[in-house]
Design a protein around this ligand. Structure first.
Ligand SMILES: NC(=O)c1ccc[n+]([C@@H]2O[C@H](COP(=O)([O-])OP(=O)(O)OC[C@H]3O[C@@H](n4cnc5c(N)ncnc54)[C@H](O)[C@@H]3O)[C@@H](O)[C@H]2O)c1
Ligand SMILES: [Fe+2]
Length: 384
């Protein structure tokens, strides 16, 4: 058997209404002055106010940075850090989708080490320690609450990633009540992001391992079985709970196994057209599954056989075909069966997109089928 190392977040709390326990976690680190990192949508949904009330009731001083935006920028990280260090904070709490959680992660490092982002973009470049970090997801999507990465848009407009085991939070607090207020489009697209995480972790060429495999299959069972219910019925607690759990398991899986070319092809769309991360993954998912199908029949077939009884005894090819068909059905039922041109992409953009996706080496290396520049062009043309 291949050697491998598996890392994850030390404490994961899954509790409906668990937000009320926030002060208990903050005080467990002897902290008294907290920076809360969030965004305006989460504030409007009422979640920030509840969090602040629980902290205040325990005499914990709060400073809040509410200006995180989609595809958060370096400047957001620095502004939040300045607010925190200027007020002598001793703990960072992130509450929100992946954007807020990624900023919180970077702030927890920079507030302590005074390091600059361009010194830590890349793999394991974070030296020193960070402030205690508690992450509370409000989307069932990125899994950022249990991953070792923080995705930040650098000043050159490129999405860059800080990857470090030091970014595993001290506590991930999953409270399904927070996800109930997600707008339908956010629920659908973040759900698709989670599905892509689990698929890509399961097919990752170099870094998949028995634990990430197990997590990916269970994540897919939860996500594929519940995404339509969770999105169509906003207050379907059981489906929403399973989505939140599934997204977290997928996060644990891909944080160890890596994602691959679906993300590699989604990133340039996000950078050039400012489309949300989940949407870009949903748009690229089916074209890349079809491109990979022959090379990944063993893995896609295993997913199909594990999830769908009707093909459990069939060939890998048949199980692969059914798996891809089910994914297409889900995308259609979530109203995400769209083309790139529906989102402002023009014919003449395809070449630039293909070059950008082709250069995502870290991700393409883990794709089950090798991708050449011509392939990249054809994949975007299929999605166009
Ligand atoms: N670090 C990681 O492991 C990782 C993994 C995948 C994606 N990402 C990054 O995460 C970001 C995307 O995160 P996201 O998809 O969760 O979206 P997001 O955090 O950008 O949030 C999207 C929108 O939904 C709103 N929202 C979120 N939760 C809500 C709720 N419960 N009620 C009402 N409104 C709510 C937000 O206010 C925002 O307007 C991207 O920058 C992506 O690159 C990070
Ligand atoms: Fe993702």
């Amino acid at each position: 058997m291949k050697n491998f190392t598996f890392c994850t977040t030390k404490t994961i709390v899954i509790e409906k209404g668990g937000l009320s326990r926030i002060a208990e976690f903050v005080t467990s680190f002897n902290c008294k002055r907290v920076l809360v990192v969030t965004d305006k949508g989460v504030v409007a949904a009422g979640h920030y106010e509840k969090l602040a009330q629980h902290l205040s009731a325990a005499n914990i001083k709060i400073f809040d940075y509410q200006d995180v935006g989609p595809d958060p920028s370096e400047q957001m990280v620095y502004s939040a850090t300045e607010l925190g260090t200027g007020n002598d904070i001793d703990c960072v709490v992130g509450i929100g989708g992946g954007s807020a959680l990624d900023v919180a992660k970077a702030v927890s490092v920079i507030a302590k080490t005074k390091i600059r982002l361009d010194e830590i973009f890349g793999i394991e470049k974070v030296a020193g320690t960070r402030l205690p970090l508690i992450l509370i997801p409000t989307t069932a999507g990125t899994g950022s609450e249990v991953t070792y990465s923080s995705v930040i848009t650098a000043s050159d407009g490129k999405k860059k990633v800080v990857i470090s085991n030091k970014l595993y939070a001290d506590v991930a607090l999953l409270d399904v009540e927070l996800t109930i207020t997600m707008p339908t489009f956010v629920a659908a697209t973040t759900g698709m992001d989670a599905i892509v995480h689990a698929i890509e972790a399961y097919t990752s060429v170099n870094k998949k391992n028995p634990i990430s495999d197990m997590l990916s299959i269970e994540a897919l069972r939860l996500l594929i079985g519940n995404v339509e219910k969770a999105v169509s019925k906003g207050d379907h607690w059981e489906a929403k709970s399973k989505m939140l759990l599934g997204a977290m398991l997928a996060g644990q899986a891909f944080s160890n196994a890596s994602v691959s070319s679906i993300h590699g092809f989604a990133y340039p769309l996000g950078e050039m057209f400012h489309l949300s991360h989940g949407l870009t993954n949903a748009l690229m998912l089916s074209p890349i599954l079809k491109f990979n199908a022959s090379a990944a029949a063993k893995e896609y077939g295993a997913i199909g056989k594990n999830l769908f009884e009707e093909v459990s005894g069939d060939s890998d090819e048949k199980a692969t075909a059914l798996f891809i068909k089910k994914i297409d059905q889900i995308i259609a039922s979530l109203n995400l069966n769209k083309n790139l041109r529906d989102f402002g992409v023009k014919d003449q953009n395809v070449e630039e997109l293909a070059k950008a996706a082709f250069s995502q080496e870290r991700l393409n290396l883990n794709n089950p089928r090798k991708i050449g520049l011509e392939d990249a062009l054809a994949i975007y043309q299929n999605a166009f």
